[in-house]
Design a protein around this ligand. Structure first.
Ligand SMILES: [Zn+2]
Length: 435
């Protein structure tokens, strides 16, 4: 036998079990659209984008390559850190300092023959619609809400009703310690990530008044030490979050405050976690969530069973290992007033006596907005612009005026934008109520 035939035979043998799934209809297969002999070929031709080559990304790339996908792109702007090596198993000590996307791509290509992985060592924001249009599916393994919101807005905006290829299912995995989620977004069909934003309230967005007056959680005491006590006492010239002496100072301050308010739970490691904003990563949670995501990709690509979200069904799986183990799937509501996929302005309860500054600052803390650098306009009038500097200077004096002084009225619509989500205008309808 020629060596080429040996290779072909072993290549076919390698995918025997996968082919049993993808070439035969299963109990849940929609027979109208199933063609077993075409599935393997279709999967091999499919172009898949993976965003993130970290804890989830390593698992996702490995799973997709071993599930028969042959043309995968991966985006990650990070380089490999020594602390990644306990779970990001495509990396070795000698890779420290190198691009995650590039090292992960080369490793998987070497391990699974015939798969092509194209790495992009940059930010997702560096690419435009034309780039994202080339993929049939997008899988996210990210640890940043901001990046998720950005790619979500991109896939929703890309939808063109006259072009079936413009619908890109977005499969999103996320983990935090023993908890995680896997969800499938069909842009403009299911609820989107922005619709579901209030389920991911930022931990750090505690109002300053809570920190200053009535802490309720150990994290509030630590944030108080970090934001307020440090500024007042300046124990060292500049806070170095990697200096144990600095963290010890914050820990002791937070502990004193916690004792004053009878709040248990302030520890050195919690202090370090809150101050450095570390999301604890557990290798096996990443495996569970990445596996769930990749099975959805396989189902969508092969039509061998109904995936999450289809037809008109639950599209969100949550998993919790925090308290024993628990998982369930549900269907988050699609919101008419979602700034990305809805059409209506969202109600915004405000105190008319607020200054514009208070309004602008409140957007960071609102779970449904989470905008850190908002610019605000109202019906043809610019109220405050963060940039360019000349416009910022011109509009800055509005910040100290109250909403009433600025001529804003009950029921009036305002438009808020943020450079982090350049394509999205957040529309709000003012609802006056004194606080
Ligand atoms: Zn939405």
């Amino acid at each position: 036998m020629a060596s080429g035939e040996v290779h072909a035979a072993s290549e076919a043998a390698r995918w025997t079990y996968l082919d049993r799934v993808r070439t035969r209809p299963g109990p849940f297969t929609n027979l109208d659209s199933f063609n077993g002999s075409m599935v393997a070929q279709a999967m091999e031709n499919m172009k898949i984008l993976v965003i993130g080559a970290g804890g989830l990304g390593c698992e996702i790339l490995k799973n997709l390559a071993l599930s028969g996908f042959k043309d995968i792109h991966v985006i990650d702007m990070d380089t490999i850190d020594i602390s990644n090596l306990n779970r990001q198993f495509l990396f070795r000590q000698s890779d420290v300092g190198k691009s995650k996307a590039e090292v992960a791509a080369r490793f998987v290509e070497k391990r699974v023959k015939g798969v092509k992985i194209t790495p992009h060592n940059c930010k997702i924001q560096d690419f435009d619609e034309d780039f994202y249009m080339q993929f049939q599916l997008i899988v996210c393994g990210l640890d940043s809400i901001e990046a998720r919101r950005w790619i979500n807005a991109m896939v929703v905006n890309m939808v063109d009703e006259d072009n079936e290829d413009s619908y890109k299912p977005l499969i999103d995995g996320g983990t935090e310690g023993f908890k995680g989620q896997a969800r499938v977004i069909y842009p403009t069909v299911t609820s989107c990530i922005e619709c579901q934003l209030d389920m991911h309230a930022p931990r750090a967005a505690v109002p300053l008044c809570t920190l200053a007056s009535i802490p309720r959680q150990p994290e509030h005491c630590i944030e108080w030490a970090h934001v307020i006590a440090w500024d007042q006492e300046k124990p060292f010239p500049k806070l170095d979050k990697d200096d144990p002496e600095h963290i010890t100072w914050l820990y002791q301050k937070a502990l004193e405050r916690a004792q004053e308010f009878n709040i248990p739970g302030v520890t050195y490691s919690l202090t370090q976690g809150v101050v450095k904003n570390i999301i604890p990563a557990i290798a096996a949670t990443n495996s569970v969530i990445a596996a769930a995501c990749c099975n959805e990709v396989l189902k969508i690509a092969s039509n061998c069973a109904p995936p999450l979200g289809m037809p008109d069904a639950n599209n969100y799986m949550m998993y919790s290992g925090n308290d024993s183990i628990y998982t369930y799937t549900f269907q988050p509501e699609r919101k008419e007033d979602c700034p990305v996929c809805g059409n209506l302005a969202r109600d915004l309860p405000v105190d008319p006596a607020w200054t514009l500054r208070e309004l602008v600052e409140s957007f960071a803390a609102r779970p449904e907005a989470q905008l850190k650098t908002p610019s605000v306009r109202a019906e043809g009038k610019t109220l405050y612009m963060q940039s360019p500097p000349s416009l910022e200077a011109q509009t800055r004096r509005n910040l100290d005026k109250t909403l009433v002084e600025l001529g804003l009225e009950e029921g009036q619509e305002i438009a808020v934008s943020d450079p982090a989500f350049a394509t999205v205008i957040f529309r709000f309808k003012l609802k006056f109520k004194p606080s």
